[in-house]
Design a protein around this ligand. Structure first.
Ligand SMILES: Cc1cc2nc3c(=O)[nH]c(=O)nc-3n(C[C@H](O)[C@H](O)[C@H](O)COP(=O)(O)OP(=O)(O)OC[C@H]3O[C@@H](n4cnc5c(N)ncnc54)[C@H](O)[C@@H]3O)c2cc1C
Length: 391
C-alpha cells in the first residue's frame, strides 16, 4: 500500500451515503468547527471553560436547536443532522461537541417529546435563542441505578418543593434551564420519578462545585443543590410519576449523540496521525512509508468506518420512527471503544510528541475516556444489548 492510498482512506466519503442536503449541513458544521472552534481549543482547554463568544455563535448559527420546529424558533431539521453536527464538532473539540449534544439530544429532545403546548411555547424559543439547557438525573449514590435517586419533590399547593443534590451535571455552569428528575414518592420506586423544568433563578436553586476532570475539560460538570427549591406545578414535564419514561427515552436518543462525539474524536485523532506520519522522517524516510505504520492507519480507518456506520444507522432508524434501542446501545459501546483505541494508536504514531500537550493527540485520548461512562456505562450498554438479544 502506498502513502497515497493511505491518504485516500481519509478522503473517501463514509460508506453510508449522505444526501445532498446532509453533505451541505456537514460542510457547514465543519466550516464552523474549523473556523470558530479550532482557534479557541487550546485556550478553552487551559481555562477549563467554553468561550462565551463561541457559545453565542452556537446559538446564532442554529446549532443549539437543530431539531426544534421552526414555529418555536429552531432549525426544524433532523436528528441525523444533529448527529452530523456533534461528530464534526468533536473532530475538533469534544467539549464543544458535548455542550451542543446535551442541548439537542437530551434537553430540547425532552421538551419536543414531553412538554405540553404552553411549556413548548415558553421554553423552546429560549433554548433556541440564547439559553443553555442541562439534564440532571445523576446523584452521588445513583448513577447506573439512576432510579434510586433521592432528590425529593413535595407538593405544596401551587408548587413543588424540591430538595436534594444532583452530581455530574454537564453544562451546569452555563445552563439556565434544567430538565431535572426528583421523586414524589420514594416508596413507589421508579413510579415516583417525575421530570421537572427548573430555572436557574428559582428560589432554593444553586449551582455547586465544578469537577476537575481528566478530559472534556472545557465542558462544565457541576453539582446542583436544591434547598426547598420552589418549582411551579405547571413545570412538571410529562406526567407525575412518569419521569422514568422521560429519562429512559431521552437517554436512548442521547446515546447516539455520544457515539457521534466518539466518532468525531476518532476522526480528529486519525487525521492528526495521518498528517504527522507524512511529515515525520526516521531512517531517512517518511514514517508513513513503513508498511507497519500504514497497517496501523488502515486499522484505525476500518474501526472508525465501522463505528460511523453503526451510529448513522441508529440515527436513521430514530428519524424513521423505527425501534433503535439496541442499535443505540451498540453504537455507543462500540464508538467509545474505537475512540479510546484510535486516539491511543494516534499517540503512538506521534511517538514522544504524542505524549505532550504541544500536539493534539493526548487531548483526544483523554477526551475519549468519557464515552464509556456517561449516558450509561459500557456495562449498562452490554446489559441493554444482552436483554434485547435474549428476550
Ligand atoms: C463528565 C461527566 C459528565 C456527566 N454528565 C451528566 C449529566 O449531564 N447528567 C447526568 O444526569 N449525569 C451525568 N453524568 C453522570 C454519568 O451518567 C454517571 O457517572 C454514569 O451513569 C455512571 O454512574 P456512576 O458514576 O455512579 O457509576 P456506577 O453506577 O457506580 O458504576 C461503577 C461501575 O460499576 C458498574 N456497574 C454498575 N452497576 C452494574 C451492573 N448492574 N452490572 C454490571 N456493572 C455495573 C459500572 O458499569 C461501572 O463500571 C456525567 C458524568 C461525568 C463523569
Amino acid at each position: 500500500m502506498s502513502a497515497t492510498t493511505v491518504e485516500s482512506v481519509e478522503k473517501r466519503p463514509a460508506l453510508t451515503s449522505l444526501s445532498e442536503e446532509e453533505i451541505m449541513f456537514q460542510s457547514s458544521f465543519r466550516e464552523f468547527a474549523e473556523g470558530e472552534v479550532r482557534p479557541r481549543v487550546k485556550d478553552m482547554e487551559k481555562a477549563g471553560k467554553l468561550d462565551p463568544e463561541l457559545i453565542k455563535q452556537c446559538f446564532e448559527i442554529g446549532l443549539m436547536a437543530i431539531e426544534t420546529p421552526e414555529d418555536y424558533g429552531g432549525a426544524g431539521s433532523s436528528f441525523f443532522n444533529a448527529i452530523l453536527a456533534i461528530e464534526e464538532l468533536a473532530r475538533v473539540d469534544a467539549s464543544t461537541a458535548v455542550f451542543v449534544d446535551v442541548q439537542n439530544t437530551l434537553v430540547t429532545n425532552a421538551f419536543i417529546r414531553w412538554a405540553n403546548e404552553g411549556q413548548k411555547k415558553k421554553y423552546l424559543p429560549q433554548l433556541a435563542e440564547s439559553k443553555v439547557g442541562a439534564y440532571a438525573l445523576s446523584e452521588a449514590a445513583s448513577g447506573s441505578d439512576a432510579f434510586a435517586l433521592k432528590t425529593r419533590a413535595v407538593e405544596k399547593g401551587d408548587h413543588f418543593e424540591l430538595t436534594g443534590q444532583k452530581l455530574w451535571i454537564t453544562n451546569g455552569n452555563e445552563a439556565e434551564i434544567f430538565v431535572l428528575f426528583a421523586t414524589v414518592d420514594p416508596d413507589a420506586g421508579y413510579k415516583g420519578i417525575t421530570a421537572f423544568i427548573v430555572e436557574k433563578e428559582f428560589e432554593g436553586f444553586t449551582v455547586g462545585e465544578k469537577e476537575d476532570k481528566l478530559g472534556i475539560r472545557a465542558s462544565s460538570t457541576t453539582e446542583l443543590i436544591l434547598d426547598a427549591c420552589k418549582v411551579p406545578k405547571e413545570n412538571v414535564l410529562g406526567d407525575i410519576g412518569k419521569g422514568y419514561k422521560v429519562s429512559i427515552e431521552t437517554l436512548n436518543e442521547g446515546r447516539i449523540g455520544i457515539a457521534a462525539q466518539m466518532i468525531g474524536i476518532s476522526q480528529g485523532a486519525f487525521e492528526a496521525a495521518l498528517n504527522y506520519s507524512s511529515e515525520r522522517e526516521q531512517f531517512g524516510r517518511s514514517i508513513n512509508t513503513f508498511q507497519g505504520l500504514q497497517f496501523q492507519l488502515a486499522e484505525m480507518a476500518v474501526e472508525i468506518e465501522a463505528a460511523r456506520l453503526l451510529t448513522y444507522n441508529a440515527a436513521r432508524l430514530k428519524d424513521e420512527g423505527k425501534p433503535f434501542l439496541k442499535e443505540a446501545a451498540i453504537c455507543k459501546l462500540y464508538a467509545s471503544r474505537v475512540a479510546e483505541k484510535v486516539s491511543s494508536m494516534a499517540i503512538e504514531i506521534f511517538g514522544g510528541y504524542g505524549y505532550v500537550k504541544d500536539y493534539p493527540v493526548e487531548k483526544f485520548w483523554r477526551d475519549s475516556k468519557i464515552g464509556a461512562i456517561y449516558e450509561g456505562t459500557s456495562n449498562m450498554q452490554l446489559l441493554t444489548i444482552a436483554k434485547m438479544i435474549t428476550k
